[in-house]
Design a protein around this ligand. Structure first.
Ligand code: 8GP
Length: 823
């Protein structure tokens, strides 16, 4: 076992907690230049952060030398997005020093929670894909898998959302404006990244034709490390995020010509590469700058990977035995031609040897089947920005299609479907096809999704490479998503079954018998109520609205997208409203329906649905008949730190996407882990959640994925549902006629039209009645609190499978072929 592990035995000694208070004061002065007598929370947060960070640097260095000494195979997780949120409490949780730290901070006159609130979220991602990457880093390091995250340090993360007159407004997220104490900037490490220019042939000394990439415009990449502590601090890893710096020669030549402004312009332009995260979730915006960002990440990362590798190896032939690269979606897939280029043009290998190394190094994860999210780049653009890569892609494709043609002679349609180059509508590079061809393994993120990849989206590839496409169901880290975000419940669980659950989530199963213990159920219900009270206070602060913790908290928090069907939820709310208005004395289960989520700034329909939610909320919340029974709120700026408040307080988790469209979902896992019951379709990981918790403990409704596909084929008629269902008709008419927008009657016509006149692509009309019935079952069950709490316990108890520790071990054993160090 490593030294690091042994050290974690005596936390107080290892982390020098007796000196922490003095260190905080010292950092107030030495690093921040502040008077420790000042009571500025922000300064104290920073001083605490630096003091915590410096305790980990030593462990990080030991971890790195452990990796080095053991010559362990390393995993590189390449992702354009990471969504870590706040770091402070995560560091303290994983170091196991939350309580000690709380005492020390109290002695300085603060509560830990108020200092925690001083931190800005690191919002370097859009949603599920980025958060998954962060959960995986936590699980990798906690299980001693030698790995690193590689990404981009955007100056501006995902935009800050505010709601003004019911509409989403975006403000830029200048999250590092006041500095970020977690970053360790490596000013002395710079790599050159090339763009544009041309590919030139020449003859080497043996008379072979070779290629080189010349006349390029260069930008420098500088790394910034953020430490990732493992739980129990067995190891400390890091994510390495790149920032763009202008290249020196580039400036100097312009300066020498006396063109100061020209030089500065070039500098600003090149540094723009890492300025801003593209805010689209599952929608490709084919901008040149985005492709530049992708190549910037890939080029800098591979220089770093090869530098580290070559410190311990003399030949690149063994690269796949020492390095596993996971491509988080196709965004970093340009890494495939980049590694080919490096191996051939820089290290002089021939095609076949280089290709063999390449395909044994890469694996690719697909996160969506939505066609509008699948990346394709115009050949013109890619060829201009990365001319040598374009050549290599053509050659990869030529050889690949030769193989396909040999296996399926005469099947030209198959060839054109599988080609890396799409011909129709102007030539484009299909990045998914490139990623499949260049990887040894491709995986989907839930069983249903992987099955859809095999039989639908990537069917041709599955026929050609029958063992390449597999499943690894997503997971979430129990450290952040239970231990840290839900102290009340965590305490109860630990008191009842001991602390091992946070490293072995399957242990939660020991809670199953406790569901029959009424004292335990009471304690469980008290923890939930405490969390609901905390959230109510937050809601009051955020949107000046009082909500009643004794009502059913019904939550839908996720990106705004038509396929996620927030609109279906709104239709249920409107139906409840109508029922109460029709019969004001009816006995109904009081509910608070909460929404949160960002819409891509250019996604008109999603923004209109935000507006609809807010207008419906206005009408419902102002109605005297409804008071005390139904309340609706949209919480602005959903982000990780908000999720940490929302998730523990949920009674009901809305996971209601059109079946076949949500690849996995991870919010569904977080909510159920915290004791929410799920209402959902058989989509993504909901299917597996149902298998684990039991069909009697989840509210499943609606069309199944194959039925959706079948209906699309056979012709779907949404009007039929409108005509045959009076309650649905009334809801639709209210939306369409301007009931919720009296000053602008046509405001919601596009919402009405999308369902009634434009084919209702996501089949809300078909699923409305089954959804209403499932919601009625929810209402009935909630009235029987004993049963509800029992099911809540059984949900959490059966979520063991959905730990990201399990997912990461599946990747490690089945895809990366790495073992935990020291085991
Ligand atoms: C998301 C999926 O929508 C979600 O179901 C899944 O849980 C999550 O990835 C993690 O696997 N997909 C994306 O965020 C995504 O595809 N983003 C697009 C930009 C590719």
């Amino acid at each position: 076992m490593s030294r690091v592990c042994k050290m974690s035995k005596n936390v107080r000694e290892v982390f020098r907690l007796d000196e922490l208070k003095d260190d905080i004061r010292r950092n107030m002065v030495a690093l921040l230049g502040n008077d420790p007598r000042s009571k500025r929370k922000f300064s104290y947060y920073n001083a605490l952060a630096y003091s915590v960070r410096e305790r980990l640097v030593d462990l990080w260095m030991r971890t790195q030398s452990d990796y080095y000494d053991s010559m362990a195979k390393r995993v590189y997780y390449l992702s354009m997005e990471f969504l870590p949120g706040r770091f402070l409490m995560n560091y303290l949780t994983n170091m196991g020093i939350v309580d000690e730290c709380r005492e020390i901070v109290a002695e300085l006159g603060f509560s830990l929670e108020e200092l925690e609130e001083e931190e800005w979220d690191a919002g370097l991602g859009n949603g599920g894909l980025g958060r998954l990457a962060s959960c995986y880093l936590d699980s990798m390091v906690s299980q001693n898998i030698p790995g690193y995250g590689y990404g981009i340090l955007y100056d501006y993360g995902i935009f800050y959302q505010s709601i003004v007159n019911g509409n989403q407004e975006e403000r830029c997220d200048n999250w590092r404006r006041h500095g970020c104490p977690w970053e360790i900037t490596r000013l002395d490490t710079l790599y050159e990244v090339k763009f544009y220019g041309r590919s030139e042939t020449y003859y080497d000394s043996d008379g072979n034709v070779r290629f080189r990439w010349v006349d390029t415009e260069n930008v420098m990449a500088m790394p910034c490390d953020i430490l990732i502590p493992g739980y129990g601090c067995s190891h400390v890893s890091n994510m390495r995020l790149w920032t763009a710096q202008s290249s020196r020669e580039f400036n100097l030549s312009d300066f020498n010509r006396g063109d100061y402004i020209g030089a500065m312009h070039g500098k600003v332009m090149s540094e723009n590469i890492t300025k801003v995260l593209y805010p689209n979730d599952q929608f490709l915006q084919g901008m040149e700058l985005r492709l530049k960002q992708q190549y910037f990440l890939v080029s800098a990362t591979f220089q770093d990977i090869l530098r580290r590798y070559l410190k311990q190896h003399t030949s690149l032939a063994a690269l796949p035995e020492a390095v596993a690269v996971q491509l988080n979606d196709t965004h970093p897939a340009i890494a495939i031609p980049e590694l080919m280029r490096l191996l051939m043009d820089v290290y002089g290998m021939g095609w076949d040897v280089a290709w063999d190394i390449c395909t044994r190094t890469f694996a690719y994860t697909n996160h969506t089947v939505l066609p509008e999210a699948l990346e394709t780049w115009p050949v013109d653009l890619l060829g201009r920005l990365l001319p040598r890569h374009m050549q290599i892609i053509y050659e990869i494709n030529r050889r690949f299609l030769e193989g396909v043609a040999a296996t399926f002679p005469g099947d030209t349609e198959r060839l054109s479907r599988m080609s890396v180059i799409q011909e129709e509508g102007g030539q484009r590079v299909r990045m998914a096809n490139l990623a499949i061809v260049g990887s040894h393994t491709v995986n989907g993120v839930a069983a249903l999704h992987s099955n859809i990849l095999q039989t639908g989206l990537f069917r041709d590839f599955h026929e050609y490479y029958p063992r390449k496409i597999r499943n690894v169901t997503n997971g979430v880290t129990p450290r952040r998503w239970l231990m840290q975000c839900n102290p009340a419940l965590s305490r109860l669980i630990t008191q009842s079954i001991g602390p091992e659950w946070c490293c072995n989530l399957e242990k939660l199963r020991e809670l199953v018998p406790l569901a029959e213990d009424s004292a335990f159920r009471d304690a469980w219900a008290r923890a939930k109520l405490e969390n609901k009270r905390l959230l109510s206070r937050y809601v009051l602060r955020k949107v000046q609205m009082g909500i009643n913790p004794n009502t059913l908290f019904d939550m839908q928090f996720k990106r705004m997208h038509e396929y996620k069907r927030q609109l279906l939820n709104v239709m249920h709310v409107i139906s409840l409203f109508n029922r109460i208005k029709d019969n004001p004395s009816a006995d109904i289960t009081p509910r608070t329906v909460l929404f949160g989520g960002k819409a891509a700034p250019g996604y008109y329909q999603a923004k209109l649905i935000i507006r609809l939610i807010n207008e419906v909320a206005r009408v419902v919340n102002a109605d005297a008949d409804v008071a005390g029974r139904l309340r609706v709120a949209f919480l602005p700026n959903y982000c990780i730190s908000q999720a940490e408040k929302v998730v523990p307080a949920a009674d009901l988790s809305e996971q209601i996407s059109t079946a076949g469209m949500e690849a996995s979902g991870t919010g569904n896992m977080k909510f159920a882990l915290n004791g929410a019951l799920t209402i959902g379709t058989l989509d993504g990981a909901n299917v597996e959640i149902m298998e684990e918790v039991g069909a009697e403990n989840i509210f499943i409704f609606g069309l199944k994925a194959h039925e959706v596909a079948e209906k699309r084929r056979s012709g779907y008629n949404p009007r039929e549902f409108y005509e045959n269902d009076a309650e649905l008709r009334r809801v639709m008419d209210m939306i369409g006629s301007g009931f919720f927008s009296p000053d602008e009657r046509g405001l919601f016509s596009p919402v009405y039209d999308s369902l009634m006149h434009h084919g209702d692509y996501y089949m809300l009309m078909a699923d409305y009645r089954p959804y209403m019935e499932a919601q009625a079952a929810v209402d009935a069950l909630y009235l029987d609190q004993d049963q509800w709490v029992r099911k809540s316990i059984l949900n959490a108890a059966n979520m063991g499978k959905f730990s990201s520790d399990r997912s990461v071990m599946e990747y490690a054993r089945g895809i990366w072929h790495v073992e935990p160090l020291g085991k």
